[in-house]
Design a protein around this ligand. Structure first.
Ligand SMILES: O=C(O)CCC(=O)C(=O)O
Ligand SMILES: [Fe+2]
Length: 380
């Protein structure tokens, strides 16, 4: 059984009068959850940038920048990744073409599929909106295309769009290049804690599973009343995130910035590539690195926005736990151990409720004097 709102694509809502009257299912009831509660951003706050090609050379200045970025924002802009701008343009361009196809063409890849009992069921891969569980859930103003990309032999190709024809190959190439970025970053993160390069990579496993998620944010009449994408932390060790070149909206919750802080577009039609720390890394590093809470403000009436996130995860059978080397009397284990796939599966339940998986699955151990990570993700 799927919830009746499950099949309701935001793009159709927007096209079908939603631009005149915003359906209540999308409206945030509590004033403090609305993006208008954003504080004015201090001018000195700008997104940290790390040149990953210099990380590869173990450049000490770049390593210091990485450390500072991880401790302040928990995410950073990446340069030196070797992906030419026209390629990045083509990746997001192809996803735009897909999202602009007629609904029937996209529905072939729907994330609502036939169930064994003759009914219909939601499953994460494919095209559609995120899982809807209840009538109370406030829905995000975005549609998605979600595909497992690695390991390659586990791809469910029936969900990979045949149109535009270049989309699959571009996603494949992007996943190969972004995996290199993720590996470089994980190696440098290990070094920054005084470990061998393979410290985190070995725990993740050689196959390094990854999921890609294209997100399409249609024009919205009242971006002040909705979430483009609700506050969350990522279900990943690290995420590689490719941003729309024209339309901003991504925000990060920074304690020291006094609240929600914008990640602006680069300008000049250039694509910003980010690396974001995910919850699995928070656990593995025993909170030496924390997953930042982030959200997306919906675009205005005259704009649309796309992004592509690739989430890197430990192999499903791996044990997820604070690395013993990072646990001692002064810093006790802050999270309990559990199987990586149990954690990954818990994400969907948590996300629908607007909670962190760490909190939803009660992975956090009550350690005296500990401060909760970043912010409480507001109940949607
Ligand atoms: O669209 C974006 O910029 C962010 C997407 C995101 O945070 C996610 O898919 O987890
Ligand atoms: Fe995210």
């Amino acid at each position: 059984m799927v919830h009746e709102a499950q099949g309701q694509l935001v793009q159709e809502v927007a096209a079908d009068g939603g631009l005149r009257a915003l359906p209540s299912r999308y409206v945030l009831k509590r004033e403090q959850d609305r993006p208008t509660a954003t504080v004015a951003q201090p001018a000195e706050l700008s997104v940290p940038t790390v040149d990953v090609s210099r990380l590869a050379d173990a450049d000490p200045d770049e390593a210091a920048k990485l450390r500072s970025a991880l401790h302040s924002w928990g995410l950073f802009a990446v340069t030196g990744h070797g992906m030419p701008q026209p390629f990045l343009d083509a990746v997001l361009g192809a996803s735009r073409v897909f999202f602009h196809l007629p609904t029937e063409a996209k529905q072939q890849y729907s994330n609502v599929v036939d169930a064994d009992d003759g009914g219909r069921k939601f499953q994460p891969q494919g095209y559609g909106v995120d899982r809807v569980d209840t009538d109370e859930q406030v829905l995000d103003w975005c549609d998605r295309l979600y595909l497992q990309v690695q390991p390659e032999e586990e791809r469910k190709l029936r969900f990979w769009p045949a149109h535009p024809p270049e989309l699959s190959e571009l996603l494949h190439e992007f996943s190969v290049d972004s995996q290199k970025v993720a590996r470089l970053v994980l190696a440098a993160m290990a070094r920054s804690l005084g470990f061998e390069e393979g410290f985190f990579l070995d725990k993740v496993g050689e196959r390094m599973p990854s999921d890609a998620r294209f997100t399409y944010y249609p024009p919205c009449p009242r971006p002040d009343l909705v979430h483009g994408l609700k506050p969350h932390t990522d279900n990943s060790v690290v995420t590689v995130l490719l941003l729309d070149e024209h339309v901003g909206g991504l925000q990060v919750f920074l304690e020291e910035g006094g609240g929600w802080v914008d990640v602006p577009v680069l300008g000049g039609g250039r694509h910003q590539l980010l690396v974001v720390v995910g919850e699995e890394m928070e656990i593995m590093s025993n909170a030496a690195f924390r997953a930042p809470v982030h959200r997306v403000v919906a675009p205005g009436e005259a704009a649309e926005r796309v992004s592509l996130a690739v989430f890197y995860q430990p192999e499903p059978h791996r044990v997820l736990e604070p690395s013993p080397e990072l646990v001692d009397g002064e810093r006790p284990a802050m999270y309990r151990r559990l199987e990586a796939k149990v954690f990954a599966n818990g994400f969907w339940d948590a996300f629908a409720l607007g909670e962190r998986t760490i909190d939803f699955l009660k992975v956090k151990v009550d350690v005296a004097g500990d401060q909760p990570a970043a912010a409480v993700v507001s109940g949607a």
